[in-house]
Design a protein around this ligand. Sequence first.
Ligand SMILES: C[S@@+](CC[C@H](N)C(=O)[O-])C[C@H]1O[C@@H](n2cnc3c(N)ncnc32)[C@H](O)[C@@H]1O
Length: 337
Amino acid sequence: MIQSNFMNRIIVGDALRVLREIPSEIIDMGVTSPPYNKGENKKGWLVKNVKYKDSSDKVPEEAYQENQVAVLNELFRVTKSGGSFFYNHKVRWERGYMLHPMDWLRKTKWTIRQEIIWDRKIAANIRGWRFWQVEERIYWLYKPVDKHYIGQELKPKHALLTSIWRLPPENKNPHPAPFPIELPVRAIYSVMDNNKGIIIDPYCGSGTTLVASKLLGHDYIGIEISKEYADSAEIRLLNCENERKDTLSEIAKHIVTRTFFERKADGMYTGRHGVKYTPKEEPIPLKLFEPTANYDKQTKNKPTRKKKSDPDRRLELREEVLQRLKAHQASKKTSQV
Ligand SMILES: C[S@@+](CC[C@H](N)C(=O)[O-])C[C@H]1O[C@@H](n2cnc3c(N)ncnc32)[C@H](O)[C@@H]1O
C-alpha cells in the first residue's frame, strides 16, 4: 500500500493532512524548508519577494507555530527510531520582537541534535536596524532509539564539514524560495552515508530534496500544496541527471585529507587539549601619536603621498614593525650590558 500510494511520488495537498495518512516508522530521514510566515507585504531589498502560488505566507504567528509543532510531531511519528530530520528556518522579527525557531522546536517530540548555521553570504535586507542577516538555520532533529538521545557518530569525512554550511542561495530555479541542491545532498549523505532508505520532504516545492534523494539512490516521498510546483518538480525529477554534477561536487567535499594527529601537528587543532599560545617576546610598547607644537605647519605644505595598493602598504607596514622590533631588542641588549 505504501509502495503504490506514496513511494517515489509527490502528493499534492496540505502537509499535515497528508502526513496523517502515512503509516508510522517508515521514514529514514527528511529535509525540508517550510513557508516561513514572513508576511507577504514585507519586501527584501536584495531578493525577490517570496509569494507562493497556492498558499499564504501570512497567518497569525501563534497559529503558524502550532501548525509547525503538529507537522513536526507527525514527521516524528512516521520516522523510524534512530532517524533524522533536517529543518531549515530562520530567525525573524515581528515589530522588534524576535521569533526564534527554538520557540516551537522545543515543544515537539524531537531531540534537537544540532543547530547548523547556513551562511548564505547575502542579506535579504540591507537596512541598518540590525547587522545584515546573511544566515539561516538548519536544525538536525533526531528520533532516539529507546532513551539513547545521542545517536550514532558521523563519519569524520562528514563531521569535518562543521556546523557552518557556506552555501550560496540557489538562483537558477524559478520557484520563489528553493534551497540549493548541495544542502539536502550534504544532510542526506552525511546521515545515510552509503545506506539506502526513504527520504521525505513535506514542503517539497520545486523538488530539490527529492532530486538529491533520487541521485543518491534513495526512495522519496514529497508533499506540496501547489499542483503547479508539484508538476514542475516531477519534470525536474525526470531530468535529474542534469543535476548530478552539482551533487557530485558536494560529495567531493566529504573527504578526510589529514588525520586528526596530522592536523594537530600542523597546529590546526586547538582547544582544551591543544598547545596554548604563549608569547615569546615582551610586547612592544605602543607609542601614541603626539602632535608637535608646529604640527599644522609641518603637515600643511607636505606633498600628498601617492596612495599605495594594499599589498604594497602591507609589506611596508611589516617592514616598519620588523625595524621597530629590532630596535627594541637592541635597546634591551644595551640596557642589560
Ligand atoms: C520554502 S518552499 C520549499 C522550497 C523547496 N525546499 C525547494 O527547494 O524548492 C515552501 C513550499 O511549501 C509549500 N507549502 C506551503 N504551505 C503548504 C502546506 N500547508 N502543505 C504543503 N506545502 C505547502 C509552498 O507552496 C512552497 O513550495
